[in-house]
Ligand binder design. Structure first.
Ligand SMILES: [Zn+2]
Length: 314
């Protein structure tokens, strides 16, 4: 009988669930629904898993990449910034009670790091840092082929390091974190503030601006848009120098929508990183690259976790 992994990626906007035959990296089915609907996000996730799971085949494991902070050992989501009803949610137990198979959950950015390491840009590396820059800034770290989790699995929140004490309010409730000054919404907000000061741009303040708008305007040569990306990239590059000092990886992977902005983003990021390292030794044999898995990184990370659940030694 065919055995399958059912993997899920839960975001604030969409839930995606895929079925992978064990030993395969190609899903036989992928389905996506919006996270918010008439029933709760939790019920929508359970129902989508039931829909995607093949009826007459074995399920080897179910894994979920979820927004966190979460405890992957106990399978509890402490809170999810974009899913307000998920507070101390025992997600692993609830899925186990429903499907009676091994279940594991992981922080989405941690699993993205795991997915890139196993299937994407991180292949062949043993020590890497993954940073995703989109609505928020998340991180994951692989050290000696192990995902760094910490005692409760709350590592490694690389977006929530303080870069401006008493700076802008962060999504986590603290002030001046990297996420608050360099995420997609922070880029858009900065452009809106500059426009309100009368700075010329092809972007218009008459409608809400997104980081994608800024990225597109930058690719057309818009100076304000380029400055906005450079500002974000400089903060992130400076923080990456810190992460090099702490983790000493051979690879830094940048994921998320903002990483698709090309050299307008990577150029200033590299300059800031190079300027802030305490020794050029950190830059020797260091590769800086964009995510290889794109939008599939959550599902592929959950697949990597599923393989770990059923083969702990791998
Ligand atoms: Zn924060």
């Amino acid at each position: 009988m065919t055995s399958n992994y059912i993997v899920a990626d839960v975001g604030g906007t969409h839930i995606r669930v895929a079925c992978f035959p064990v030993q395969s990296q190609k899903p036989t089915i992928v389905q996506r629904i919006s996270t918010v609907g008439p029933d709760s996000p939790h019920d929508r996730l359970i129902n989508l898993i039931a829909t995607v799971a093949p009826k007459d085949e074995e399920i080897a494991a179910i894994t979920v990449a979820a927004p966190g902070p979460l405890n992957p050992f106990e399978g509890i989501v402490y809170e999810a910034p974009n899913i307000p009803s998920w507070i101390n949610l025992p997600l692993k137990k609830q899925i186990e009670d429903q499907f009676h198979v091994p279940v594991a959950i992981g922080n989405d950015a941690n699993l993205a790091a795991l997915g890139e390491w196993r299937f994407g840009a991180g292949a062949g590396h043993h020590n890497l840092v993954y940073i995703t820059v989109s609505t928020g800034i998340g991180g994951g770290v692989i050290i000696k082929n192990q995902l760094l989790l910490g005692v409760r699995g709350l590592a490694a929140e690389l977006g929530h390091v303080t870069v401006i004490p008493d700076g802008p309010l962060c999504g986590c409730g603290q002030r001046g974190h990297l996420e608050a000054v360099a995420s997609g919404p922070a880029i858009a907000l900065w452009v809106e503030q500059e426009l309100s000061q009368g700075i010329p741009s092809s972007l218009s303040a008459s409608q809400p601006i997104t980081a994608k708008d800024v990225s597109e305007a930058a690719s057309q040569g818009d100076e304000l848009a380029r400055a906005a990306l450079a500002r974000s990239a400089t903060f992130i590059g400076t923080a990456i120098a810190d992460f090099l000092h702490i983790f000493n990886p051979t690879l830094v992977i940048i994921g998320g929508g903002v990483s698709q902005s090309g050299e307008a983003f990577f150029g200033p990021l590299r300059i800031a990183m190079n300027e802030h390292v305490m020794s050029k030794k950190y830059l020797e044999n260091l590769t800086l690259t964009a995510s290889a898995l794109g939008d599939d990184v959550g599902l592929m990370g959950a697949l990597a976790l599923a393989q770990t659940v059923t083969n702990p030694a791998t």
